[in-house]
Design a protein around this ligand. Sequence first.
Ligand code: NAP
Length: 276
Amino acid sequence: MESGSTRLAAVIGSPVGHSLSPAIHNAAFRALDLDWTYLAFDVARGQGAAALDAMRTLHLGGLSVTMPHKAEVAQAVDRLTSRAAELGAANCVAWDSGELVGHNTDGDGFIDSLSHDGVDVAGAACYVVGAGGAARAVITALVSAGAAQVVVVNRSPAGAASAASLGGSTARVGRPAEVKDADIVVNATPVGMAGTPAATSIPIDAALLHSGQLVVDLVYHPVRTPLLRAAESAGAATATGVGMLVHQAALQFQLWTGQAAPIEVMAAAAHEAIEG
Ligand code: NAP
């Protein structure tokens, strides 16, 4: 029950009506009996900085940031973490010593989700398809976590070159056939996402997948995408996009509340929101 001292956290984006973040964060607040609540605000493109002003005025406890505001918010915060600065994108704003700090929890959330499943990326040969915001976060995180190499493949070559450059000498633009040489394969495109023209498509040549590989799809709706089904058929291990979704949210929760996030509760809420 909300009270006069309830803290408010929120996500800003547009569109934002299908965001799973309210379900995930509110489940976590309830599980820890915290006097917090979480709402979604549809904020028009170009109004990200104004939303930050509102955060200051209203003393919001925390902000999640999604499309199309990540770059604008990164420009408008008082300070950025080195990761958010590197990516030029903030997906989270938290208070620190009276300042609004822009964070990017996507990459660390991705690594945390793999660690949670017992996967260590140190020394791994990685293949990432896609070069947008999610891919850029994953590439930098894989390199920071000690991946041996990160091969980047993307529909538009210029995007691939830009994303690979974030990984320094560890990352490079590759060829689609190189997926067969990877230990960890990541889909960071929307291909396979329900409700899109590419919903039944697979963004890599599934005939090249094999046992001994881990295939991770960042798409989480549906949870088991066409790519993951094909990877399973080929004998590869799989990880769904729900892992990254939950762990990037968990890092935000910890930044705002100072408390360890109830991961399993958040994962159950995410699954219920997607599948229920
Ligand atoms: P984005 O910035 O728009 O980038 C999309 C990327 O996918 C671009 O590299 C684009 O290639 C490529 N792409 C788009 N449509 C394609 C198609 N039909 N065939 C081949 N490549 C295509 O999007 P994003 O924010 O990176 O998100 C990508 C996906 O990851 C989305 O499905 C999103 O829901 C998911 N995601 C999941 C999480 C999670 O927590 N699990 C977090 C973030 C994102 P071009 O450069 O050629 O346009």
